[in-house]
Design a protein around this ligand. Structure first.
Ligand code: UT7
Length: 329
């Protein structure tokens, strides 16, 4: 007798932003004190960002992740002890090791010995983590997977570099992905091209007890911009093709929230009206691996995203990495 197929489905979402909201105007004033010149007008016109959130020094990526995870578990009505895998996407882990996922397991009070690991794919990290979770569930290995994107990018920003420090923020988003008899994750597509590793990187490491190289984020903004607009269209079409669907059948598009110009261009190329795109980059800035689950949770909780609707998630970032996940909620 053939076994019924196992699918994976999002049954809860959650997110968390640290308490300090910093508007462009406030940031411009703080930067002026360092003789770094920027303005609200420049940041809004070039990126669509109006504000971002920064975590206080004693708040780590795992702290943000735990808050988002708790909310996702609450919405799902699933006890933390029923989680059997935690996958956490981050480029700003609490430590070199152990993984931030292990710290989250402990802070959530999970004592069932569930597996926990981090995924490193920078701003594509959440889509990579979700695709990994989906495969583990469909193989029958796990039933309840916490998939988290969490970042404290403020820790790796050089506040003397106006080309990057105005773009990023801190935050976390999470989903509980669970085994289901109905398809939830309809398709995923992941890609990387390591030849572009140096256009977006933190080219430093720990060596002999000291930091070797540069521990600040470096980005060639224009190179990233050009690559991003090309791959975001292609990978969305690839995920649609795998699911046997057309772009017009997408209810909501959630691209990585880095720059409104890249997001609008992606929607345009897919012939999707901009009203179908969830935008949080204005309020959150670029929160890297957290940006997609943060936007997803905002739109689930404000009632825009409804059960049964199709949602296209798209990540792009350092590595160079990119990917898409098409969901039926
Ligand atoms: O999360 C991973 C994905 N990352 C991204 O998607 C980022 C992709 N790239 C971008 O979003 C854009 O390239 C940026 C927003 C980073 C930059 O926008 P741009 O339109 O490419 O600007 P630009 O780098 O060409 O700079 C234009 C001007 C320059 O001045 P000059 O040389 O024309 O005199 C910059 O020095 O803007 C200047 N500039 C600024 N001015 C005020 C750069 N940063 C700032 C700033 N405030 N913060």
């Amino acid at each position: 007798m053939t076994q019924p197929a196992i699918y994976s489905r999002v049954i809860g979402t959650g997110s968390y932003l640290p308490p300090r909201r910093v508007s462009n105007q406030q940031l411009a004033e703080e930067l002026a004190a360092r003789q770094v010149e920027t303005s609200d007008e420049w940041i809004v016109a070039r990126t669509g960002i109006k504000a971002r959130y920064f975590a206080p020094p004693d708040m780590t990526t795992s702290d943000l992740a735990v808050e988002a995870a708790r909310k996702a578990l609450d919405m799902a009505g699933v006890d933390a002890q029923a989680v059997d895998l935690i996958i956490l996407a981050t480029s700003t882990p609490d430590f070199v090791f152990p993984s931030t996922a292990c710290l989250v397991q402990s802070k959530l009070g999970i004592t069932n010995g569930c597996a926990a690991f981090d995924v490193q794919a920078v701003c594509s990290g959440f889509v990579y983590a979700l695709a990994t979770a989906d495969n583990f569930i469909r193989s029958g290995a796990y039933r309840n997977v916490l998939v988290i994107g969490a970042e404290t990018f403020s820790r790796i920003l050089d506040f003397n570099d106006r080309t990057t420090c105005v773009l990023f923020g801190d935050g976390a988003g999470a989903v509980l992905l669970s085994a289901s008899s109905e398809p939830g994750v309809l398709s995923t597509a992941l890609h990387a091209d390591g030849r572009y590793a140096d256009i977006l990187c933190v080219p430093g490491n720990v060596h002999g007890g000291a930091i070797q190289g540069n521990a600040f984020l470096y980005m060639d903004g224009q190179a990233v911009f050009k690559l991003a607009v090309g791959v975001l269209e292609k990978v969305a079409l690839e995920a649609l093709d795998k699911a046997g669907l057309e772009a017009s059948q997408i209810d909501w598009l959630i691209p990585h929230q880095a720059n409104i110009r890249i997001m609008l261009s992606t929607a345009r190329k897919l012939h999707l009206p901009t009203e179908k795109m969830i935008v949080t980059v204005d309020e959150h800035g670029n929160t890297s691996a957290a940006s997609i689950p943060l936007a997803l949770d905002v739109a689930v909780r404000d009632g825009r995203i409804q059960r049964g609707q199709r949602v296209m998630l798209e990540g792009v970032g350092g590595g160079f990495t990119w990917g898409a996940a098409l969901l039926r909620m």
